[in-house]
Ligand binder design. Structure first.
Ligand code: OSB
Ligand code: MG
Length: 369
């Protein structure tokens, strides 16, 4: 592909409401939108899901900037890319920094699909024309607030409700939610808030008919999760622990999880996400697409990924309005009855709202390729 330029747009957007996990609260989101431009003027877009603090993983907005500028762009300058699958190969010598890699690879995937005049979903081999989605609900001030929030999203039609938990906000709270919503698919996400010392406590969740518990133990563990899964009925889903196909294979072989949450940024891009998907499909492991409070570009990439066949559980890709007063894409992502209609326009399928992009931009850097 005749790549000409790459632009790093640093944005700052304010979430409509604070979002609290076991590790911290998000309100203002600073992140990068990457734009890759070819010689004919086609524009491909990616988004980095790294946050400003290394809470979820070691990457941050600042480490993204360093790695993208000093290594990834340099590698792109020195090599020709025919197909986006080559990008992850080109970036492989640089260890981890998966969110940085994914932000660049994502812009190249979008550009590739636009040049071929096909949707990104089609470019990666996706089949679905609509996808089922759920919603992730942060830790609330009171149980009453949580019940009201769950009720609101159940009414809106979301296909499953994910509830963030932490020690002191877990079994009793979930029991209360289950009592009020006996038939709703419910799951919990601990974001690594527990250890094996909590095994007896966590086993109480088995009475609540949860679809799964996501990442109960350490962010870098797959051994203790296997011990926990061996004594728990509730399926364990891994999020933070899975950075690659190799990680997924090892976790599945060890019995550390029965379900995998695939996040494009966490695994270094769409190419690796698809590899993990294919492996899970071949090993009968259900997958779903997680979220990182993305703006429209990242959200559109998640929608494209979710069109692959093994994404059999609803993901966290809620509508734009759940997060933002105004998104950076046109139209914004809308959800009706828990379903998103996958756009079939070329690339990510949504137009960039250049005015909105500019409005939220705090810095832009342009690099010649
Ligand atoms: O663990 O899935 C997670 C948000 C920030 C960091 C980590 C996670 C989350 C979510 C929100 O659960 C998913 C979303 O709505 O984008
Ligand atoms: Mg998670």
């Amino acid at each position: 592909m005749p790549l000409k330029q790459i632009k790093l747009h640093k944005l700052n957007m304010r979430l409509k409401a604070p979002f609290t996990t076991s590790f911290g609260t998000f309100q203002d989101k600073e992140f990068f939108v990457t734009e890759c431009i070819d010689r004919e003027g086609n524009r491909g877009f990616g988004e980095s899901v790294a946050f400003t603090s290394p809470w979820y993983s070691e990457e941050t907005v600042k480490t993204n900037e360093h790695v993208i500028e000093d290594f990834l762009i340099k590698a792109l300058k020195e090599n020709d890319i025919e197909h986006p699958d080559q990008v992850s190969e080109l970036f492989a010598p640089f260890k981890r920094n998966n969110m940085a890699k994914s932000a660049v690879e994502g812009a190249i995937w979008d550009l590739y699909a636009k040049r071929k005049n096909i949707s990104l979903a089609k470019a990666i081999g996706g089949e679905k024309t609509e996808i089922d989605v759920g919603i992730s609900i942060g830790i609330q001030p009171t149980v009453k607030d949580l019940l009201n929030t769950v009720d609101h999203y159940v009414q809106e039609g979301y296909k499953r409700i994910k509830i963030k938990i932490k020690p002191g906000w877990d079994v009793d709270v979930l029991r209360e939610v289950r009592k009020h919503f006996p038939d709703t698919p419910i799951m919990a996400d601990a974001n690594s808030a527990y250890t094996l010392k909590d095994i007896d406590h966590l086993k109480q969740l088995d009475d609540l008919d949860l679809t799964m518990i996501e990442q109960p133990l350490e962010h870098d563990d797959i051994v203790d999760h296997a011990k926990l899964q061996a004594v728990m009925e509730t399926p364990i889903c891994l999020d933070e622990s899975i950075h690659s196909l190799a990680d997924a294979r090892k976790a599945i072989e060890l019995g550390s999880c029965k379900i995998i949450n695939i996040k494009i940024g966490r695994v270094g891009g769409l190419t690796e996400a698809k590899r993990i998907h294919d492996y899970c499909r071949d090993h009968d492991i259900a997958v779903w697409c997680g979220g990182m409070l993305e703006a429209g570009v990242g959200r559109a990439h998640n929608i494209a990924l979710t069109t692959l066949s093994q994404f059999i559980l609803p993901g966290d890709t809620a509508g734009s309005s759940r997060y933002w007063e105004q998104d950076i894409i046109k139209p914004e992502v809308t959800v009706k009855d828990g379903v998103i209609h996958v756009p079939d326009k070329p690339g990510i399928g949504y137009d960039i709202d250049d005015e909105a992009l500019e409005k939220f931009t705090v810095d832009v850097k342009t690099f010649q390729l």
